[in-house]
Design a protein. Sequence first.
Length: 104
Amino acid sequence: LSGIIPFNIGDMDNLKYLRLDNNFLSGEIPFGIGNLTKLRRLYLLNNDLSGQIPENICNLYENDLGPQFSFSAYFNNNNLCPGTSGSYPACIPESHLGYQHCSP
């Protein structure tokens, strides 16, 4: 796949798993992705995504879906930059960020 992640992806209320890893996606991660309250796994590894990871992604880590349904997101090997605070969202484990070639 190539192109951008659609800005209205946050409208997919019942989405539980989103695997977009190992593609040629570019552009920013849409803010609406943090509205996917049923999302359990998000794989965006190995793309050409840029910009910042939306802070509201942390809302998904806080959803009470039960321990077997905890949320995880993977962003390794993109061009994502730290936020205005100078860091990535605190909820994301460093191992799920991996290498980022940040070019603001």
